[in-house]
Design a binder for this molecule. Structure first.
Ligand SMILES: CC(C)(COP(=O)(O)OP(=O)(O)OC[C@H]1O[C@@H](n2cnc3c(N)ncnc32)[C@H](O)[C@@H]1OP(=O)(O)O)[C@@H](O)C(=O)NCCC(=O)NCCS
Length: 198
């Protein structure tokens, strides 16, 4: 169970294929309405599992915000077009209801933008359903430009070209995050073992 106490010291880290179970557990905690806002269609348990199985962690990039127990409070999926010359990366994000309005969505968006920039994308795009007021607020806070469309409006963030500083910044911050996450997972496993063997 999450509360603001468990959100102390949140950590942003990039996920790998060994995190699929955590991603599924995160998405399962979202109410049906949120899944609809996130994906733009009614999402069944089968569809959720298919989505998680199909996540392509090396072509795309998935980021998470973890609590001290290494549980996923928020996640963002940055998808790169299969066509190698595409310069637009698409971003989708979800934050657990109890963890909202604390800047997690914005932090994930900024983390994804740094990655997209360093991969040579010139813009990051979020497609959203017109009723998604929270997403519109988030996009406005990030300084995104809106493209109005009756059915699938979109918000765009322009990205600078990569620089030596942006590449180093991402490499070092990700290295530290991976170490921190490793410790959190190990501690959580020790704790779980202590509880089950008590
Ligand atoms: C959209 C979503 C990711 C926002 O996450 P979040 O962590 O609550 O957003 P943040 O805390 O980073 O907020 C960013 C800004 O938007 C504002 N905001 C967020 N939700 C808001 C809401 N419901 N109403 C008004 N403002 C809102 C925040 O106040 C903040 O503004 P500020 O920078 O001026 O302070 C979250 O509501 C969510 O997971 N929704 C369900 C899934 C979804 O819709 N995904 C998006 C489709 S891809």
């Amino acid at each position: 169970m999450h509360n603001s106490q468990s959100a102390t010291n949140p950590l942003i880290a990039q996920l790998g294929s060994h995190h699929r179970a955590r991603v599924l557990a995160h998405l399962r905690q979202l109410p049906a309405d949120d899944l609809w806002l996130r994906f733009g269609y009614v999402v069944t348990e089968d569809a959720l599992q298919r989505y998680v199985r199909s996540l392509h962690f090396s072509r795309d990039a998935v980021f998470g915000i973890f609590d001290q127990q290494a549980e996923l409070m928020a996640m963002g999926h940055l998808a790169f077009d299969k066509e190698a010359d595409s310069r637009t990366a698409e971003f989708g994000v979800s934050v657990l209801p109890s963890m909202r309005r604390q800047g997690f969505g914005l932090r994930l968006l900024q983390r994804a933008a740094m990655h997209a920039r360093n991969r040579g994308a010139t813009q990051l795009m979020m497609a959203y359903v017109p009723e998604n007021e929270a997403l519109k607020h988030l996009a406005r806070s990030a300084g995104m430009d809106f493209v109005q469309d009756r059915y699938e409006p979109r918000a765009y963030l322009k990205l600078d070209p990569p620089s030596a500083a942006s590449l180093m910044d991402e490499t070092f911050s990700e290295m530290l995050a991976a170490i921190d996450l490793g410790f959190r997972v190990a501690n959580a496993n020790v704790e779980a073992h202590r509880i089950t063997s008590a």
